[in-house]
Ligand binder design. Structure first.
Ligand code: 13P
Ligand code: SF4
Length: 301
């Protein structure tokens, strides 16, 4: 299977990008694995004509928006992120009318449709820097309430308007379950993704994007870690820190969408390129929705 994927990739001039949350075997066949910011940046520099994105739909859409002339393939077009849909265009328009000096800041975990109406995109690794430097007095942060709230606490000079979106995987990690793990492993450091609720974030020794958490575990002297994010990250954590131990905080840290990507589907996509596996966006959507993504890349420099 891996050999035929390698061969098809070469024949068809395809690069494989994967997020840390996909299954281990999928991460192994990828050319680049990373967090959402790294993957969107790398998508703009790869020379291949086709990008096969092992992740959820909004990731494939973002790669397409940033590279409209490339073909972008998704092994499973139904691999969706529920949070990507948790904001409303009518509400954005209402807020823009109500607040004159407002920037609509949109987490990259959002549909291309939503991105058409926002000012700038952010990921968990650049949100703080970007929002801090925006000139606007008001920030309407969509769709994630938890990330928005985490950023807002660090930028008291701005006035935030929140939205109620959330990631079901991170929302399910409770402070009680983290506390229980801390009791069990008192020497462990706690790694927390900012999509978690604020009472979980408060328990974190390190809070940040998936890449940030992996780097933190590498540098940290401690030998045990409690992990408050999706379980796919364990593959890279254990690869980088073979002598350290990692424990998941809860029971249900599985992103259903990410797990729909399999080696078999990757091979099939490379072979057949079925219409539903090719990311298609209208010219208008590309024109409008790529702007906030390009702005994100510009402001993260
Ligand atoms: P990062 O990898 O950018 O931290 O994002 C996590 C996530 O939920 C991706 O869907
Ligand atoms: Fe969406 Fe959560 Fe899955 Fe990330 S982990 S893709 S935010 S559902």
């Amino acid at each position: 299977m891996i050999k035929s994927i390698e061969q098809l990739k070469k024949e068809k001039d395809v690069v494989i990008l994967a997020h840390y949350y996909v299954d281990d075997e999928v991460q192994k066949v990828a050319d680049y694995v990373g967090d959402s910011y790294y993957l969107s940046k790398i998508a703009t520099t790869v020379p291949q004509k086709t990008i096969l994105f092992c992740g959820v739909t909004f990731m494939g859409e973002s790669a397409k928006l940033l590279n409209p002339n490339k073909k972008v393939l998704l092994p499973d077009a139904t691999a969706d992120c529920p949070m990507a849909h948790m904001a409303e265009i009518s509400k954005i328009e209402e807020i823009k009318k109500q607040y004159k000096d407002v920037a609509v800041v949109c987490y990259i975990n959002s549909t291309a449709e939503l991105k058409q109406y926002v000012d700038v995109c952010v990921t968990s690794s650049n949100a703080l820097k970007i929002v801090k430097n925006l000139p606007n007095e008001y920030i309407y942060f969509i769709p994630d309430y938890n990330l928005g709230h985490y950023i807002a606490e660090q930028i008291p000079e701005k006035k935030f308007i929140f939205n109620s979106g959330y990631c079901p995987v991170h929302q399910d990690i409770t402070a009680d379950s983290v506390k229980r793990k801390i009791k069990q492993y008192p020497n462990a450091k706690v790694l927390v993704h900012p999509e978690c609720q604020s009472d979980v974030i408060l328990l974190g020794d390190y809070v940040g994007s998936t890449s940030f958490l992996i780097q933190a575990a590498k540098k940290e002297e401690a030998e045990e870690f409690i992990v408050c994010t999706e379980k796919g990250i364990l593959y890279e954590l254990r690869k980088n820190c073979p002598n350290k131990d990692f424990y998941l905080a809860g029971e249900k840290q599985v992103c259903q969408g990410m797990k729909l990507v399999t080696l078999e589907k990757i091979r099939q996509t490379l072979e057949q390129e079925k219409p539903e596996q090719i990311v298609e966006l209208s010219e208008d959507t590309i024109r409008l929705a790529k702007k906030p993504l390009e702005k994100m890349l510009e402001l993260s420099e």
